[in-house]
Design a protein around this ligand. Structure first.
Ligand code: SF4
Ligand code: SF4
Length: 316
C-alpha cells in the first residue's frame, strides 16, 4: 500500500498557487479557491472539514486545517449545543478507581460498537485497566472555542486515578491528546500487541483512513503488519463528512464522501468509530476484527451512549 508521509508544515504565505489543493478538495473547488484564497475568506472558516487532503497533495506542505482553524480563532461562532453536550461531557462514565493504565473510549465508540466495547472492558478489567468514556476536547477546539478547560479537567482526572498511560480507541483522541497531556498516550493496537492479542488477518479488506492519520499514519503503523492485504480503497475521498463541524454548511460535500465510500465497498473497514457511524451498518471497525467480535456499526447510537453512561458505574 502506497501512503504519503509528511512531517513538515509551512505557512500559507508559501503558496505558489498551483491549484493542486483545489483539484483535490470539493469544498475549495466549489468556491474556486486555493488555500491562499481560502485564507482571505473568513466567512468560509466553518465550511472546511479539517481533513487535510489538501496537505497530502500540496508541494509546499500547507495544511488546510491550519488555515481554517486560524480563521475560526479570528471569528469564533457560537456552538451552544456542542458546549452543552461536551463541557462537561453529558454521557461521561469515569470512576475513582486507581488505574495506572486507563482505556479511553472518547465519545462515539460505545454508541456505534457496544459489543466490542464490552469485550474491551472485559479484557482490560482482567489486567486491572479501568475505562473512561469522556470527550477529549477536540470538537471544542475545532469549533474555535478552546479546549483548555477540558484538558485541565482530564489531567486532574488522570492524576486522581494515578494514570501514567492512556490507551485510546479513537484516532482523534490519540492525535489530539498525545501532544497535550502530561501522561503517555498509546493506541489500543499498541496495547493489544503488547498483550499478544493482535493476530494477523490475511484477507483483503477495504480500509478507510481517518483524517487525523493523514500526515503520518502513526496508528496504522501499530497494526499494518497484521493486515498485510488491507487496501487503500478510498484514497480519493476527502472525509467521512463528520470532520470540522462543516457538515451543516457543506451537506453535499459531506454526503459525497459517504456515497463514494459505499460505491466502492460493501464492507468498508475503519479505525474511527465516527467514520463508521457515517458509513452505516455495512461498515466495521478493525478493533472488532482483532478482538474476534462479529459486529457491524450499530444503529442505536443514542440508546447505546445512554446505556454506557451507567455501565459498571460505581465500579471500585
Ligand atoms: S497545493 Fe499548496 S501550493 Fe498549491 S495552491 Fe494549494 S496551498 Fe498553494
Ligand atoms: S476540506 Fe480538507 S482538503 Fe479541503 S481545505 Fe479543508 S482540510 Fe483541505
Amino acid at each position: 500500500m502506497k501512503l504519503k508521509f509528511k512531517t513538515t508544515q509551512n505557512s500559507v504565505s508559501e503558496c505558489i498557487n498551483c491549484s493542486l489543493c483545489t483539484k483535490n478538495c470539493e469544498f475549495l473547488d466549489k468556491f474556486e479557491l486555493d488555500l491562499s484564497g481560502f485564507a482571505k475568506n473568513s466567512d468560509l472558516a466553518y465550511n472546511c472539514f479539517l481533513c487535510d487532503k489538501c496537505y497530502e497533495v500540496c508541494p509546499k506542505d500547507i495544511k488546510g486545517s491550519e488555515v481554517s482553524l486560524n480563521l475560526r480563532l479570528q471569528k469564533p461562532r457560537k456552538f451552544k449545543l456542542l458546549e452543552f453536550k461536551k463541557e462537561p461531557y453529558l454521557f461521561e462514565n469515569n470512576s475513582e478507581k486507581i488505574s495506572t493504565e486507563l482505556f479511553f473510549f472518547g465519545c462515539n465508540f460505545v454508541g456505534y460498537f457496544p459489543k466490542t466495547s464490552k469485550k474491551i472492558i472485559e479484557i482490560f478489567e482482567k489486567e486491572g485497566v479501568d475505562f473512561s468514556i469522556d470527550c477529549c476536547g477536540k470538537p471544542l477546539f475545532e469549533a474555535g472555542l478552546g479546549a483548555e478547560k477540558r484538558l485541565i479537567y482530564l489531567n486532574e482526572l488522570f492524576k486522581k486515578k494515578k494514570t501514567k498511560r492512556l490507551i485510546t480507541a479513537c484516532p482523534n483522541c490519540y492525535h489530539f491528546l498525545k501532544p497535550r497531556l502530561d501522561i503517555k498516550v498509546s493506541s489500543l493496537y499498541e496495547k493489544l500487541d503488547e498483550m499478544g492479542l493482535l493476530s494477523t488477518f490475511s484477507n483483503e479488506i477495504d480500509l478507510f483512513f481517518p483524517c487525523p492519520e493523514r500526515a503520518n499514519y502513526e496508528i496504522y503503523s501499530h497494526f499494518k503488519d497484521k493486515l498485510p492485504n488491507a487496501k487503500n480503497t478510498f484514497s480519493d475521498v476527502n472525509c467521512c463528512g463528520a470532520g470540522g463541524l462543516a457538515m451543516s454548511n457543506e451537506p453535499e460535500v459531506a454526503q459525497n464522501g459517504v456515497s463514494k465510500v459505499l460505491a466502492k465497498s460493501n464492507q468498508p473497514y475503519t479505525y474511527c468509530a465516527t467514520c463508521s457511524g457515517r458509513f452505516g451498518a455495512s461498515s466495521r471497525h478493525i478493533s472488532s476484527l482483532f478482538l474476534g467480535v462479529d459486529e457491524k456499526t450499530n444503529k442505536h447510537y443514542a440508546l447505546n451512549v445512554l446505556k454506557f453512561k451507567y455501565y459498571k458505574k460505581g465500579r471500585i
